[in-house]
Design a binder for this molecule. Sequence first.
Ligand SMILES: Nc1ncnc2c1ncn2[C@@H]1O[C@H](COP(=O)(O)OP(=O)(O)OP(=O)(O)O)[C@@H](O)[C@H]1O
Ligand SMILES: [Mg+2]
Length: 205
Amino acid sequence: MRGKFITLEGIDGAGKSTHLAWLATHFRTRNLPICQTREPGGTPLGEKLRALLLDKDQPMHLETETLLMFAARREHIQQVIEPALARGDWVLCDRFTDATFAYQGGGRGVACEKLEILEQWVQDGLQPDLTIIFDLPPAIGRARAGRIKIPDRFEAENEAFYERVRAGYLGRAKNDVKRIRLIDASRSIAEVQADLLVLVDRLCQ
Ligand SMILES: Nc1ncnc2c1ncn2[C@@H]1O[C@H](COP(=O)(O)OP(=O)(O)OP(=O)(O)O)[C@@H](O)[C@H]1O
Ligand SMILES: [Mg+2]
């Protein structure tokens, strides 16, 4: 049986990596085969593109940034995501196309229509079975993420950028209520995980 494709989204510091690791453990204890991956990246070439995309000292036109995101995604789908789904794995992916709509679309202002064309071209109909957006005010995300490391190209952006990214995510959620679920990530980890369980268990049925 084909696996399920779950993507985790949200601004920096929203808790994607934390909850992805927790979900992976949850599925493993239920003996479900999983494929844990991330974007941009997930393949050798994709990880090289990721390094370029996150390097704040590498100047780049905003459409170049967008195209590299989709180039990495094309590779990721073909080499990792589709084969994993075909062999029945549950694919847990830290960011996917909704991040491109939120960051390059909402945050940077790339026209939605252009992103839709690229989405259609690169994904050829592939969509996640479930997308979870961890929503929280940028100031909280920044405070959480800021404790960890030196900011990359996106983390170096200002509060207004992150407000636009958040609005971009909320707009996506509104337009696809079936696939995309919002979780209030300003609450405790335990409260967020209780909501998460309900959502993923629904997919198991
Ligand atoms: N609900 C929460 N309450 C308090 N702290 C949290 C919560 N969720 C995550 N954290 C902490 O916030 C920090 C950032 O979380 P995490 O790295 O999972 O975010 P992320 O969405 O993956 O960020 P990035 O986009 O930068 O990779 C971590 O130290 C994590 O332990
Ligand atoms: Mg992370």
